[in-house]
Design a protein around this ligand. Sequence first.
Ligand code: FPP
Length: 243
Amino acid sequence: MKLFGRNKNKALDPRKIPMHIAIVMDGNGRWAAKRGLPRVAGHRAGLDSARAIMEESVRLGVKYLTLYTFSTENWKRPQEEVDFIMSLPEEFWTRDRSSIDEMDIRLNILGDLDGLSESTRRVSLEAMGATHKRKGLTVNLALNYGGRAEIIRAANAFAKAYPTGEGSEQDFAKFLYTSDMPDPDLLIRPGAEKRISNFLLWQLAYTEMVFTDCLWPDFNVKQFQDAILEYQTRDRRRGGLKV
Ligand code: FPP
């Protein structure tokens, strides 16, 4: 099978499709401001981008897609914006249910569910419970997520499980939200900033990173394929030598 990128006829190599892609969905506010729209309009358009990228991930055979939806730092934003972003997972779960089912998507929430509102927590648990046996694309929504908070949470559980300190890296990773999946192969950050912003600090140790100036609501299938093409040119040595 040959998968053609929609740009310059460059073909994606079907043998080198990343198994796990993580995305920092940045630039929604700037996208809205450029159009004289309220910031929440950017987040709504951002959900449309997320839908398109999920569909393309299924088509390409990506197995895990992790989307940074709301960080532990995002609570500092105006209440109206916080409420709006928090309403989007519910909107996605209720309005897109048939596509989610059709695409055999497993929905997973990474983050502190206890810090969520009652309704967001209820919807999160319902979506995870209803889809947890699925074998298609796993979509991880990082919600009320912080990388350091995740590591501290894991470290506390790890210390209890290995009181004499003999646990390995693999043993530690079992206490992370991502315990049943491989680390991301590729991190994509649109929105022109070049930083990690407390996202998946442990898991990104050997992840390839692609940064683009494109704002998230403008990020489409072509940009996604370009990022994967860029990934496919990388030489992943993970600290070893080229083989
Ligand atoms: C960062 O852009 C984006 C967020 C804090 C929210 C991202 C959330 C979504 C796109 C919703 C996705 C929902 C589902 C269910 C998949 P920003 O507001 O920091 O942008 P700026 O840097 O331009 O201000």
